[in-house]
Every structure is written in C-alpha cells, then in structure tokens.
Write a protein that binds this ligand. Structure first.
Ligand SMILES: O=C1O[C@H](COP(=O)(O)O)[C@@H](O)[C@H](O)[C@H]1O
Length: 266
C-alpha cells in the first residue's frame, strides 16, 4: 500500500482544468517516449472523453513538449461496456466521437485497442474480458499474466457512487488479484455487462489521473478524501494503492466542502 498522498487539484472552470490536464498528459507522454518511444494510455468513458478532447485538441504553443505525438500513442480502455462499437453506450464510440475522429492528420493517428466486437453478445462476459486481456498481453509483449502491465498513464472518472473503471462499491471484483481484465455482469449503472481493468493493474500504472467535475460529485469527493467510511470506495482504493502517483483534476464546485488540501496548478 502506498503511503504518500494523492494530489488534488481544483480549477475555477472546465477550460482552466483542460489546460492543466493537457500539460499533465503531455508531460506523461514525453516521459514515456523518453523511456520507451511509445505511450501506452488507458482511458475511461463517461464525462472524461469530452474534457480530454478539450485538452488535447487545443492549439499547441508550437514547442515539441506541447505537441501530442499521436502516432506513438497506444490507446486502451480502462473499462468498456459489452455493446457493439457503434452503440451510444460504448466507451469507444464516445472517445471516437469526441476525440479520435477530430485529431488533425498532421498530429498522426494513434493505435487504438477497442474490445473484440464479435464477443459482445456472448452469454459469458468473461470471454470478452479474456480477449481484451490477450490484446493487452500482446501489446505489452507479456508471455504470461503473472507480471502486471504498467501503463504510462491511466485516465479515470469517478461516479457519484465512488466507482471507477467498472469497479463498483462492494463488488467482489475489487478483490481480484490475478487477472488484468475482469468481467462485471451486474453493474448497477446500465448497461449491466462490462469489462474492466482490475485494481492491481490500475495502481501499477506510472501515473493515474481522475477527472471529476460539477456539484454532483461533491458528496462522493468528500467521502473519498475526508471520511473513514469512504476508504473502501473503489476510487479511494486507487488513492490508497497508488498514493502520490495519483492526481485528481477537479473544479471548485466538485470539491466545495472537501477539507483535504488542494492546489490550483501543477
Ligand atoms: O460507467 C462509467 O462511469 C464512470 C464515471 O463516469 P462519469 O460520467 O461520472 O465521469 C466512467 O469513468 C466509466 O468509464 C464508465 O464506464
């Protein structure tokens, strides 16, 4: 368990948040490219793709540090719903609509890893999870699943119940120790069938960032950061497991009433 605390940033507006998120993601990109010339990132659905697009599609200041090199990006999904890729509930569909389809050609095209659509209607969602885990193993050149994959960055959302990825409060999946990707068949938020990166994979990433905005997140952020009872919430478990590797990008209305110390810039 990590001991150092996560970083909690709070901004006056979504535009201000997006500007800082851009700097953060590009720092992660540049560090990853210096390490291994590839940037492996996992992204969530929900409200995240809209903010991420606002961050990454903003004009560059012209410096190499401030330029996304999308041709070196390998984009995975932190979680995905068991629906076809052209379904509005699909996290891939959302990311494509908000970001992927709008990337200017001169910035290059990322390699994207959607789920295997052939398996979305399988009775056993585990099939879908297993195929996605195999895709990950190929990309990480892993011979077996004993060693966990280390993403350069995982971008997460936090639901009003404290869920992140498709890891829901009180669900057995939170105890998963071995699998990289797991099946959730009883999500309280529709659609019920999903796949998700597991907690050990999330906390193994080099960097992890949450984006949570709006007054609708106030109560859950207070629970996660300030209360003893909130410690078992999935998003709080990421904080405990990954500590200072975690950064929260929030707006002032989401953290109104949160006592945990927060900062206004990176
Ligand atoms: O169902 C999901 O919800 C979470 C949180 O979404 P948000 O709209 O509250 O940001 C999201 O991170 C996850 O990817 C998605 O499948």
């Amino acid at each position: 368990m990590a001991t150092a605390q996560p970083n909690l940033y709070s901004f006056p507006s979504t535009d201000a948040l997006a500007g800082q998120l851009r700097s953060y993601v590009l720092r992660c990109q540049n560090a990853a490219l210096a390490r291994h010339n590839i940037f492996r990132i996992a992204v969530s659905g929900g409200s995240l793709p809209t903010v991420l697009a606002r961050a990454l599609l903003a004009p560059s200041n012209g410096s190499p540090e401030d330029t996304p090199q999308f041709d070196k990006w390998h984009i995975f999904f932190a979680d995905e719903r068991a629906v076809p890729l052209d379904n509005e509930d699909s996290n891939y569909f959302l990311l494509k609509a908000e970001l992927l389809s709008k990337i200017p050609a001169e910035l290059g095209a990322p390699t994207v890893y959607p789920i295997d659509e052939k398996h979305v209607h399988d009775d056993d969602t585990q099939e879908l999870a297993d195929h996605y885990q195999e895709d990950l193993m190929r990309s990480f050149a892993a011979k077996d699943s004993v060693k966990l994959p280390v993403f350069d960055l995982i971008l997460l959302g936090c639901g009003p119940d404290g869920h992140t990825c498709s890891l829901f409060p009180g669900h057995e999946l939170l105890r998963e120790k071995d699998a990289w990707v797991a099946a959730e068949t009883n999500s309280p938020k529709p659609p019920p069938k999903r796949i998700t990166l597991t907690l050990p994979v999330v906390i193994s990433a080099v960097k992890i960032a949450f984006v949570a905005t709006g007054a609708g997140k106030q109560d859950i952020l207070k629970a996660i950061f300030d209360s003893e009872e909130g410690r078992s919430l999935p998003s709080a478990l990421v904080n405990q497991g990954a500590g200072e590797k975690v950064s929260w990008f929030t707006d002032h209305s989401a953290v109104a009433g949160v006592a945990f110390p927060r900062r206004g810039s990176l």
